[in-house]
Design a protein around this ligand. Structure first.
Ligand SMILES: [Cu+2]
Length: 279
């Protein structure tokens, strides 16, 4: 018995010693870098605290019953069968809790899909197994495939370790480049099967359905590189179509646009490039 308490004590000590930030990154959602990702984080935190309160009440009631109503104390059990007041209370309270969670969740959903007043648009199209990004304003057209460094290692007989390359299966040939601080509308669709564009740091997870365009927006608040992947099981190459978003300050973004146009022969760009073949 003594040993058991010692073991429990040491586990709690170790848990207490884990730095808070590390524990948060291990067990929590990323806080993200967009207003919507912050709102989603807040929703998750609210649900977490409600859950904690429910756990305290439920386990508290169980513990209280075990201690104060154990058989040795009350050898004769009570004989009541039901209690209407209690039953109404434990039906109404969960209903109120659900309402408290549903109202802000619905508000965030509506906010995430409100693409009014967007400052620019990017079309995102899923293919087996890559993403295409089109910037209609500048006629920029990017095919974003799995980077060669990962591709070389992917076959089982390659003999190479996934740890030998940075960001194995999370790096691409060309990232989606976006300006920091602008409201960017993403129009998400697919050319073949259902894919899903998922970047946790941006708080975006949107299905890419053939024949349908879903819209969502991001306003990235911090320059950086943000990684995600297709999270819809879309076929054998599902793991080979990662997403990389590079957020640059507005001036650097415009420099990237000009550089892209210069490299691809002016504003006409490759907007009319043929669709890639699935392979
Ligand atoms: Cu996919």
């Amino acid at each position: 018995m003594k040993h058991q308490w010692f073991r429990v004590g040491s586990v709690l000590l170790v848990a207490g010693a884990v730095p808070r930030t590390m524990a948060a990154s291990l067990y929590n959602l990323p806080r993200g870098v967009t207003p919507i990702s912050h709102e989603i984080y807040g929703l998750n935190l609210m649900a977490f605290w409600i859950m904690c309160a429910i756990a305290v009440v439920v386990f508290g009631a169980i513990t209280w019953s075990m201690i104060f109503h154990r058989r040795s104390r009350h050898p004769k059990p009570a004989t009541f069968q039901e209690n209407t007041v209690l039953e109404v209370v434990w039906t109404v309270i969960p209903f109120i809790i659900l309402l408290v969670m549903a109202v802000p969740a619905a508000r965030v959903l509506l906010h995430a899909e409100d693409v009014h007043h967007s400052e620019m648009t990017v079309e995102v199209t899923g293919y087996q197994w890559l993403w295409r990004y089109t910037y209609p304003r500048w006629h920029i057209n990017i095919y974003s495939r799995l980077a060669d460094s990962s591709l070389r290692i992917a076959p089982l007989d390659s003999g190479l370790s996934p740890y030998s390359v940075p960001h194995y299966l999370h790096s691409v040939t060309q990232p989606l480049v976006l300006p920091v601080g602008e409201k960017v509308r993403l129009l998400i669709t697919s050319r073949d099967v259902i894919h899903s564009w998922w970047v946790p740091d941006l708080g975006v997870q949107m299905d890419a359905n053939p024949g349908l365009v879903n819209s969502i927006w991001v306003r990235i608040l911090k320059p950086g590189t943000y990684r995600g992947q297709c999270n819809q099981i879309c076929g054998w190459g599902h793991a080979y179509m990662p997403i990389v978003v590079v957020a640059k300050p507005k001036t650097q973004f415009m420099a990237w646009v000009r550089e892209w146009q210069a490299r691809h022969g002016g504003a006409a760009g490759h907007a009319a490039s043929p669709a890639p073949q699935g392979s």
